[in-house]
Design a protein around this ligand. Structure first.
Ligand code: FE2
Length: 325
């Protein structure tokens, strides 16, 4: 059959009909905050995200190059923490398939109906062995972006955008687990994540695991720590120049840096870690490699943990290891 490349209906049909299946990418991160106004101001005025919607207790934000409804939900609560991590699946019936797999593993799955969550249709939710609530959803409202459709622009148009970091999209998140090996096995065996890199202690136990679905070095990573903890979520930047600009913008705004700018050994990405005004760790990230499904897992051992995490410094700092929300 001849395909007319200008026929977008054709492109859409082939996307729906084809493989792959299962989890597509990180959709949104839902965190709790004790001050909605303060954090909203930070995520818009410093980070440069756009407010998509507000309701009685939450603000929904997205990055300028994201089409989906939101990639970050800030919900007012008495303590700072994490509500859930939401991953998008390729097809609606992937939800049935993954619901069965999680149920067979022995974890109850909750169905969330259309209309219960802003900007998205039906989803499933369950707890994971790392003590996190995970949501899977296919039907997410497309709100479009403010960019020109075919332009090379790196940032949202409009005056003053360079005063903000303005990442094009959310990239990945890192959570903590008491038993990293058990948790990563669940994400791989039940949910189909592929492992790109791992960090092992002297006995061969996993201290860290980096997992992907979107052919990036990681969509979800797990390091040793308390169950249910959020170490950070990370925004994508296009190149090292943008990381340097981000450092300038953070310094100008008096934002506390945690580490960087530097490079990771694991993922090879360039990075800065810093905290939002309530102490949730953010990262800006660029670089890395593109792992295909046949990518062999890279293994780091505890004796070179410094280089694995911070390649230039070659050592970890205490705050990076101990602070999470
Ligand atoms: Fe990260």
């Amino acid at each position: 059959m001849r395909v007319d490349p200008s026929d977008t209906r054709q492109a859409r049909r082939s996307t729906v009909a084809g493989r792959p299946r299962g989890i597509l990418r990180l959709g949104h991160v839902d965190v709790t905050v004790t001050d909605l106004d303060l954090t909203s101001a930070y995520y818009t005025e410093v980070m440069g995200m756009e407010v998509v919607a507000r309701d009685e207790d939450s603000v929904y934000l997205k990055c300028w190059d994201e089409e989906d409804h939101h990639s970050l939900r800030l919900r007012y609560a008495p303590r700072v923490g994490m509500d859930l991590m939401s991953f998008k699946v390729h097809h609606e019936d992937d939800l049935d398939d993954l619901e069965n797999k999680v149920s067979r593993f022995g974890f109850p799955v909750q169905r969330i109906s259309r209309g219960e969550c802003l900007g998205q249709g039906e989803s499933i939710r369950f707890s994971t062995p790392s003590g996190h609530v995970m949501e899977l959803v296919h039907d997410v409202e497309k709100v479009g972006t403010s960019r020109l459709q075919h332009g090379p622009e790196k940032g949202a148009p409009g005056p003053g955008f360079r005063d903000r970091i303005a990442p094009p999209r959310m990239d990945h998140m890192l959570v903590t687990a008491e038993e990293v090996g058990e948790a990563s096995q669940f994400y791989m065996d039940v949910l189909g994540f592929r492992i790109t890199e791992q960090l092992l202690d002297g006995n061969g136990h996993q201290l860290g695991a980096w997992l992907e679905r979107s052919h990036s070095p990681h969509d979800l990573a797990i390091v040793h720590g308390p169950n249910g903890g959020l170490h950070h979520f990370a925004f994508w930047l296009d190149d090292w120049d943008d990381v340097r600009d981000a450092a300038d913008i953070l310094a100008y705004n008096g934002i506390q840096l945690d580490v960087g700018p530097t490079r990771h050994g694991v993922t090879r990405g360039s990075t800065i870690y810093f905290f939002d005004p309530l102490g949730t760790r953010n990262e800006v990230f660029t670089g890395g490699y593109r792992p295909d499904p046949d990518f062999p897992t890279l293994t780091w051992t505890e004796d070179n943990i410094g280089r694995a995490v911070f390649y230039y410094e070659g050592e970890l700092n205490d705050r990076f290891m101990k602070v999470h929300t």
